[in-house]
Every structure is written in C-alpha cells, then in structure tokens.
Design a protein around this ligand. Structure first.
Ligand SMILES: NC(=O)c1ccc[n+]([C@@H]2O[C@H](COP(=O)([O-])OP(=O)(O)OC[C@H]3O[C@@H](n4cnc5c(N)ncnc54)[C@H](O)[C@@H]3O)[C@@H](O)[C@H]2O)c1
Length: 258
C-alpha cells in the first residue's frame, strides 16, 4: 500500500473526480471525500482508494476524515457550491450563509485539520480551489465570488505560517470548466454536460471549453515535489481568461506605423 495519502474533497464529481484520478495515477492512495456517496464510492473503488462520507460544513466530519487518512501528504480542499444567485438586493440570507459555510468556512476547517496532522510529519501540500470570481468582478455570483476571494486570502495567510513547518499551501484557479456545477446553472441539469459545453464559449487558446482534466495536471504539479519551492500562490488554469482576456485593441494593428 502506498504510504502517500491524498484527500480530495468534492472528489465525487467534476474537477475533484478528475484530480482524484490523476493523484491516484501519480501513486497516491486517494480518499474521495464528498456528500455524494454513490459516485464517490464508485470512483474510490475504481482507484483502489476509499470513499469517506464528508460534509465540509461539519468539523467533526473533517476531523474524522483526516484522522482516518494515515500519512497525509496532500489535501485538496476542492468542495464548493455556486450557492446563492441573483442581484445583491434580493440575495437570500440563508442561501448566502450556506454558500459561505461550504466554500469558505469548509475550506478553513480543511486547512485547520490538514495542518494538524501534517505538522508532526514536517511536510505536506495543501491545495485549495479558488475561482476567477474571487479576482475580478462580474464573472461569478456575489457570495460565491466573495468566498473565493476569501479562500485566496486564507491560502496566503496560512502559507505564511506553515512554511515554518515544511508545509506548502497554494490555490488552483480554474476558468470556466464543463462540470455538473456549470451544467446545473447553464443547462438546468447537472447531468447535461453536453448542453453546458455548447453554452460555454470555446476558449480561443484551445478551441473548446475547459474540462476537469485541464485542472488535473496543475493539481498534480502542486501536489508533488516539482513544486517544492512554491507556496502561498495561485496557479491560474483558465487559458488566460482572468489575466489575459485580450487582445487589447492596441495589439490588433491599424495604429500609426503598425
Ligand atoms: N466548474 C467551473 O467552472 C469552476 C471554475 C472555478 C472554480 N470551480 C470550483 O471548483 C470546485 C469543484 O467544482 P466542479 O465544477 O467540479 O463542481 P461539481 O459540482 O462537479 O463538484 C463539486 C463537488 O463538491 C461536492 N460538495 C458540495 N458541497 C459539499 C459539502 N458540503 N461537503 C462535501 N462535498 C461537497 C459535491 O457533491 C460535488 O461532488 C468548486 O470549489 C468550484 O467552486 C469550478
């Protein structure tokens, strides 16, 4: 049995499932932690790992998950929800609190317990899924965007503490990715990935929308020793969507002398 263990929250679906597969291929024993028992259990069985029913809003679930893991080397805190939608003046407070509980409070609890078991080992890599919505306005729902800005801040703050213990903390920032989350919003049906893909503009870089597998290589890099000198940062896996959405009109030619 490999002595390298990776936990993936939200591992039953979408980005988490693709990254669980990749981490298993990288040689980790993968614990798929999710509220969806059926797909999570099937995936874990296929990967030779284990499904652990985990609701990231419950600290006792996360505590038990981490204690069960054994030699925890990687914690991918990826579970998230799109959550409360709509204009700010009609934001439903209960939905907003649930969104914060899953995306921000849940990530905080994952960091807390991951560090608790990694610190005595003097090593470990924690990866968090953030979003372009946490960086620029207008590309995600309000509360979702606030939680994702929050997790990016949490990553920097905790990374600054735990580098003293040999632990790295980074975030991965996927662009728009075809998954049950985006299918639920774009197609009204989380299972209709085809409709979600048709509704998304193809990325000019690759001529198609992003897919969960596009994120897996970045997570593999942040999990492994090739990123041993990388902490407290964000890895954008968005084909330029956030920081290079151009080209600017000035780059298109037609200006004096160009
Ligand atoms: N799909 C995108 O375009 C996109 C872009 C940027 C960031 N993200 C982020 O990527 C992550 C994964 O999203 P996805 O697109 O794969 O969505 P998804 O809906 O396919 O997967 C999310 C998983 O999280 C699980 N989950 C939800 N609430 C949970 C809870 N309380 N406890 C444990 N598990 C819970 C779900 O059951 C699901 O398996 C999320 O954090 C999301 O915000 C997605």
């Amino acid at each position: 049995m490999p002595d390298r263990v990776a936990i993936v929250t939200g591992g039953a679906s979408g980005i988490g499932a693709a990254c669980a597969e990749r981490l298993a291929a990288d040689g980790f024993r993968v614990l798929v932690a999710d509220v969806q028992a059926e797909p999570g259990g099937a995936l874990a069985a296929r990967l030779g790992g284990e499904f652990v029913h985990t609701d990231v809003t419950r600290e006792d679930d996360i505590e038990a998950l981490v204690d069960r893991a054994g030699p925890l080397e990687v914690f991918f805190a990826n579970a998230g929800v799109f959550g409360a939608l709509g204009p700010i003046e009609r934001t439903d407070t209960a939905e907003a609190e649930w969104t914060i509980a899953v995306n921000l409070r849940g990530t905080l609890l994952c960091l807390k317990h991951a560090v608790r078991v990694m610190r005595p080992r003097g090593r470990g890599s924690i990866i968090v899924t953030a979003s372009p919505g946490g960086v620029v306005g207008g590309v995600g729902p309000h509360v979702y965007s606030a939680t994702k800005a929050g997790v990016a801040g949490l990553v920097r703050s905790v990374a600054a503490e735990v580098r003293d213990y040999g632990i790295r903390v980074n975030s991965v920032v996927p662009g728009a990715i075809v998954s049950p989350m985006t299918a639920a919003v774009l197609a009204g049906d989380p299972a209709d990935l085809g409709a979600a893909a048709r509704a998304m503009a193809p990325s000019p870089l690759v001529g198609r929308p992003g897919v969960p597998g596009d994120v897996a290589g970045a997570v593999s890099f942040l999990a492994g020793q090739d990123s041993g000198f990388v902490t407290g940062t964000e890895l954008f896996v968005d084909a330029g969507y956030t920081h290079a959405p151009g080209p600017a009109s000035f780059a298109k030619g037609g200006f004096a002398g160009h």
